[in-house]
Ligand binder design. Structure first.
Ligand code: PLP
Length: 360
């Protein structure tokens, strides 16, 4: 039996996209490859609403966390930490030998423009890093408000992790002035895991020239040199590129605005369903791609998860570290419903109806 994924990554990949993975291999220094690579550029730029380059790495999204930190930071970077992923990114900066300033929030809270403004005014940072959609708590932060603050600090680069929102929520990279915006393939873009994309501003390349110890694999200057020739510096996962080509065609056929609306509709349905059944939203500002709820009915989500798997549904029983922390504090726990990628409102309805069997 095929299991349908309702988890916040990897997400469900449609058969016609999966089939692309079985295309015969081609050499990565051939014209055929360059044609394939080149064909991806317009669709990717549309997805990011940008004229910047959109670099491709056949690593997971975390590779691009490392790329922007190692390529663009000499000493000091500011991170907003409001959940598990933003915390991990800040730790990565420290592991790369950079000094990381932290604007810290309680779980479920969004990043606030005024706090970012204050932190940037108090100290000299080379960049500000934030996670747009904290997948661990289902909170989405307001990029527009933060964009206004970043314009007050024109010397500071702005790096945004849009891993679990890009492709499901409109992110206008150029209008917002985001310098480095990264996403993984296996979330709202609905491709197999193992590929990452990032829009990169000219300011990033310029800054990188003054940074030493950029390494090789994730050096944005190295990637850019090849990108301009429709190539990658080393052998990429060619099957992923075929799948991306197919998925970009499918996204264009659906229409970006329709895609964003579908995500908004799925989220609205999940939230309304949860509310009707007495569950309470965990996040301060709800995401359109993943909903996190307080487990107000004290259901045993780990056994529900096991039982649902037998019926062909892969669901999430809440972010482990978050639940451990909440339980220690005697606050109970949470569960998540992911509604991202190529899923439809009908599929979310079907999932919710199935879940009702556990408490009705
Ligand atoms: C999943 C996720 C990541 C990690 O992405 P990988 O592709 O697994 O490296 C980073 N940030 C957020 C917000 C995520 O949801």
């Amino acid at each position: 039996m095929r299991t349908k994924l309702f988890i916040p990554g990897p997400t469900e990949v449609r058969d016609e996209v999966l089939q692309e993975l079985s295309n015969p291999q081609i050499g990565h220094r051939t014209q055929e490859f360059r044609d394939l690579f080149k064909s991806l550029k317009p669709g990717l730029k549309e997805l990011f609403h940008t004229r910047n380059d959109v670099l491709i790495s056949t690593s997971s999204g975390s590779g691009f966390w490392e790329a922007c930190i190692r390529s663009c930071i000499n000493k000091k970077v500011l991170h907003a930490v409001n959940g598990a992923f933003s915390k991990k990114w800040a730790e990565l900066s420290e592991r790369c030998g950079k000094e990381a300033g932290i604007v810290k929030y309680a779980s479920g809270k969004e990043v606030k423009a005024a706090d970012v403004d204050k932190a940037l005014s108090e100290d000299a940072y080379e960049a500000f890093c934030m996670v747009h959609n904290e997948t661990s708590t289902g909170v989405m932060s307001d990029l527009k408000a933060i964009s206004a603050v970043m314009k007050k600090h024109p010397d500071v680069l702005w790096f945004v992790d849009a891993v679990s929102s890009l492709g499901g929520v409109k992110i206008e990279v150029d209008a917002m002035g985001i310098d480095f915006c990264l996403a993984s393939s296996q979330k709202a873009i609905a491709l197999p895991a193992g590929l990452a994309v990032a829009s990169v501003s000219e300011r990033c390349y310029k800054k990188a020239e003054s940074v030493s110890g950029r390494g090789y694999y994730f050096d944005i200057i190295e990637l850019k040199k090849s990108y301009d020739k429709d190539e990658t510096p080393y052998t990429p996962s060619i099957p992923h590129l075929y799948a991306l080509q197919k998925q970009l065609e499918r996204i264009r056929a659906e229409g970006l605005e329709n895609r964003y609306k579908r995500h908004n509709d799925m989220a609205a349905y999940a939230r309304e369903w949860a509310h009707k059944n007495g569950f309470v939203l965990f996040a301060e500002h709800a995401s359109d791609t993943v909903s996190c709820f307080w487990n107000t009915k004290k259901l045993d989500w780990s056994s529900i998860k096991k039982d649902m798997a037998k019926k062909g549904y892969s669901i999430d029983s809440g972010y482990k570290q978050l639940n451990e922390k909440l339980e220690q504090e005697g606050k109970g726990n949470t569960f998540r419903i992911a509604h991202m990628g190529d899923l439809t409102v009908d599929e979310v309805k079907e999932l919710c109806a199935e879940l009702e069997g556990y408490f009705r």
